[in-house]
Design a protein around this ligand. Sequence first.
Ligand SMILES: CC(C)(COP(=O)(O)OP(=O)(O)OC[C@H]1O[C@@H](n2cnc3c(N)ncnc32)[C@H](O)[C@@H]1OP(=O)(O)O)[C@@H](O)C(=O)NCCC(=O)NCCS
Length: 210
Amino acid sequence: MRWGASPRALGRLPSCAGAAGARAFWRGSVSGVSDKVVLRPVGEDDLPLLYRLTSDPATAGEHEWFGWRDPREFPRRWAEDGLLGDDGGVVIVVRNSDRLGFLSWRKMRTSRGTHCWEIGIALLPEARGHGYGTLAQRMLAEYLFAHTHVNRIQAATEVTNVAEQRALEKAGFTREGILRGCGFRDGQWRDGVLYSILRGDVTDQWQADT
Ligand SMILES: CC(C)(COP(=O)(O)OP(=O)(O)OC[C@H]1O[C@@H](n2cnc3c(N)ncnc32)[C@H](O)[C@@H]1OP(=O)(O)O)[C@@H](O)C(=O)NCCC(=O)NCCS
């Protein structure tokens, strides 16, 4: 179990990646903060932003600085599959022409033959506190339920990351409990909080909206 926005273990293109590529962006059905927020695949010119959000301590923020990463990691994986693989992916959050940050997801096995997605997010410091984290995570959940078969999407964050907990709750995730001593960061093992959203939580809303 880990929290954070850094994706791992990306493989071949999934069926949903074609849809994202063809559509160019995903707007989802969330109303509220801004209908101009969209999700789109990572382009080559986004790679410095990913590196900055994961490897620059000032940009990553107090809960997301896990030490420097190999600067060739994102370019290498982007060259392989555009960061849209069978086991996970990354998309950029954009408002108008401004890049706000990125979202990621990766496969977590839940039983023999089943898995859920675990999502992560990192917004630029100037994009935080405007509701975009809430909106973007809801949009990613809707995107993943629309284009993959999973029943569950989960997210974990540190107990001290109040903004992320609140954003997940506002995005429709349910708080499930405390993960004791599960994440190591900045010299200490830290407690986490696990959240989830189920397919029915989202599709019931879709039906209510039609
Ligand atoms: C965590 C993060 C995604 C939240 O997104 P955001 O756009 O900043 O959050 P929102 O504006 O949607 O706010 C959600 C709620 O959190 C509250 N909030 C925002 N920043 C807060 C802070 N620093 N402390 C306490 N509450 C905060 C907001 O007030 C809002 O609650 P409210 O509507 O009841 O007032 C974003 O701040 C971020 O990218 N942080 C750095 C990376 C990170 O921590 N990622 C998560 C890793 S698990």
